[in-house]
Design a protein around this ligand. Structure first.
Ligand code: SAH
Length: 248
């Protein structure tokens, strides 16, 4: 396994134009080591080259928030966090963040439990749960920020995320170049879940030049009672498909 040093993290930060202190950089070094060491056991990621982990996982997780105008985040729920993205890098960057991490995979949650113990991170609530169940139950209209990266196509992610937000809250959808066409397909579900698309943050990864788009939605109204539908249904029958069928 290739080693990375605190200095590599600090250099990466300056490549992105972000400021980062040494203590946070040390946490990212540890995160990298634990991610690689546990990767086989938990089947976490295909991305293992040091520079790819730094730009595609760690710093890409921070970019949307650090490039946005409003940088204060009090509480946040990260849906389908997998090996921790973007939730854990955000927690490292904003140590006071009240973070809830939700993943349907027990394996991922076990890894995250191991990781946060090793990194000695406090104030994280790990939930082995489906986002649909959280949104139909205790998490409904509750949080001020929701993030999702590589969780599902946008019409599905919106149905999982928007019900969790309280009024005035924000949903940050981390996307690739397909974001804008997905946005078009998600219009109806965004409206019915009480959301509004308010901002788009576009950037490229500094080395690979891969394009990234973070779509930001605000919660304007309460979500209609029927959303999110039962676990598995948003994925199986995205609302856009039903609409298309009705138009045919
Ligand atoms: N956000 C991470 C992982 C993406 S993979 C990253 O960007 O690297 C998608 C993750 O979402 C998987 O870990 C999967 O278990 C989880 N997931 C998929 N559907 C879900 C749902 N309905 N509720 C909760 N977690 C879900």
């Amino acid at each position: 396994m290739e080693k990375i040093l605190v200095n590599d993290i600090l250099q990466e930060a300056s490549r992105w134009g972000f400021s980062l202190d040494e203590q946070k950089a040390k946490l990212f070094v540890k995160y990298y080591e634990i991610l690689l060491q546990e990767n086989q056991k938990y089947n976490l990621t295909r991305i293992t080259m040091p520079e790819s982990v730094l730009e595609e996982l760690f710093f890409d997780s921070l970019a949307g928030f650090l490039k946005a105008k409003n940088k204060t985040v009090e509480d946040l729920v990260d849906l389908g966090s997998g090996a921790g993205f973007p939730g854990i890098p955000l927690k490292i960057y904003f140590p006071d963040l009240k973070l809830t991490v939700v993943d349907a995979s027990q394996k991922k949650i076990s890894f995250l439990r191991f990781l946060i113990n090793k990194l000695d991170l406090n104030g994280i609530n790990l939930m082995h749960k489906r986002a649909e169940d959280l949104g139909r139950g205790p998490g409904r209209e509750t949080y001020s920020h929701v993030t999702a990266r590589a969780l599902a196509p946008l019409p599905v992610a919106v149905e999982l995320a928007l019900p969790l937000l309280k009024k005035g809250g924000l949903f940050w959808a981390f996307k690739g170049p397909s974001a804008l066409s997905e946005l078009n397909r998600a219009k109806e579900i965004v409206r019915r879940c009480g959301g509004k698309h308010i901002d788009t943050i576009t950037y490229s990864l500094p080395r690979s030049k891969k394009k990234r788009i973070v779509l930001i939605f605000s919660k304007e109204n309460e979500t209609e009672k029927i959303f999110p539908r039962r676990a598995g249904i948003p994925q199986k029958r995205p609302l856009e498909k039903i609409i298309y069928r009705m138009q045919e």
